[in-house]
Design a binder for this molecule. Structure first.
Ligand code: WQD
Length: 348
């Protein structure tokens, strides 16, 4: 079975690619490499070679806004008699703060890019899709944990682009019943790394997110962590999030493929998280405990676009996908730290 994996060289994509290849899928990675390194692909290949695994992996440098090139990718696949059976679509921009500064760029890449992809899939009669949506779409919620059917009210442009894409899926699905199979996976906070340490998170520039910032402080690349607010209405005043091990998240995509393959037409919106909320202070404590590193920090004012608390109700994923997160916060810290120690400067 052939999978087109857009954004396949990024943090999430690379872990999904590795799992797909290990399980015998034919993987075609499509990436513009604006936010990722081409070294990722070599890492994946050498890991599989060392394990003596036969694999089918191709990579194409492509921006999903380039419709002509997308057409060519689908057309060539058909000509080569290995048509694309399913698309896992991750390519997109994901920084909340950047989206507040340059919203049109986010609408262009995320929404126009996805529109292009859907148009192409329709033309080439590929109707199976797993999409990377985000917990950001819930925004300021009155109730936690977040359930899929609760109010959608994103408070930043990034979240709004994800909502627009999910709305596009609904319109498409209802326009041609019994055709499309779509799982829109609402990610909470994917963190950690592959336990081998061959691939992990390597943000370009200053990390926006807590976990990569923390591991970079631990390795000495950054002086101290800034905690964005200790005056939230939470038990210790810091923000609460749902951190999910990247391998658990990647496994959720394989379960989604199984789900799509064993069902007729469907459209499902599904939370992928650990189901547990941890505060920033709790993350620091667990990281220090698991790794023995000391994390210096300072308290700063709240960050624009942040919400106090966000964690998932994951009962739908458990029931529908027969999936459960297996890895603890301690495992997250150990694997994330292992990756950072083995790759102090990331992929460079
Ligand atoms: C977590 C907590 C911060 C950095 C991100 C992405 C978004 C989405 C979900 C996929 C918050 C605090 C952070 C720092 C800190 N992903 N923090 N110091 O805000 O949930 O959003 O994940 O769709 O794209 O932006 O995650 O890791 O940025 O923040 O104190 O240096 O850590 O205020 O409470 P967030 P995050």
């Amino acid at each position: 079975m052939r999978v087109l994996l857009t954004g396949g060289s990024g943090f999430i994509g690379s872990h999904i690619a590795l799992l797909l290849l290990e399980r015998g899928f034919d993987v075609l990675i499509l990436d513009s490499f604006v936010n990722s390194s081409t070294n990722v692909i070599n890492r994946i290949k050498s890991y599989l070679n060392n394990k003596d695994l036969k694999y089918k992996l191709e990579t194409i440098n492509c921006d999903i806004r380039d419709k002509k090139l997308l057409d060519k990718v689908f057309n060539d696949s058909i000509k080569e008699k290995k048509p694309i059976d399913i698309v896992i679509h991750l390519a997109g921009l994901k920084s909340v703060s950047e989206s507040l500064i340059n919203p049109l760029h986010y609408w262009d890449v995320n929404v126009i890019g996805t529109l292009n992809l859907l148009l192409t899939m329709k033309e080439y009669e590929c109707y199976s899709l797993v999409f990377s949506s985000s917990a950001t779409i819930y925004g300021l919620s009155d109730s936690v944990p977040m359930t899929e059917d609760q109010k959608i009210s994103p408070i930043n442009p990034y979240g709004k682009t994800k909502v627009a894409i999910e709305n596009m899926f609904s319109d498409l699905y209802h326009s041609s019943m019994n055709l499309w199979k779509i799982c829109s996976l609402r990610y909470f906070n994917p963190v950690g790394a592959h336990p081998s340490g061959v691939i992990g998170e390597d943000p370009i520039g200053i990390p926006n997110n807590l976990f990569p910032f923390l591991t970079q402080v631990a390795i000495g690349r950054r002086k101290h962590l800034q905690i964005f607010g200790d005056d939230w209405e939470t038990k210790d005043g810091s923000g609460i999030r749902d951190y999910i091990h990247i391998i658990d998240l990647a496994e959720g995509h394989l379960s989604s493929i199984d789900y799509l393959n064993s069902n007729d037409s469907c459209l499902e919106f599904i939370n992928l998280g650990s189901g547990i909320g941890y505060s920033v202070f709790q993350i620091i404590s667990q990281f220090e405990l698991s790794t023995g590193c000391k994390i210096p920090y300072s308290i700063q004012r709240r960050r624009d676009g942040d919400v106090p608390i966000c964690y998932a109700d994951i009962s739908k994923a458990k029931k529908l996908l027969d999936w459960s997160p297996m890895r603890s916060l301690e495992q997250i810290c150990l694997d994330g730290w292992n990756w950072q120690m083995k790759n102090p400067k990331g992929y460079s």
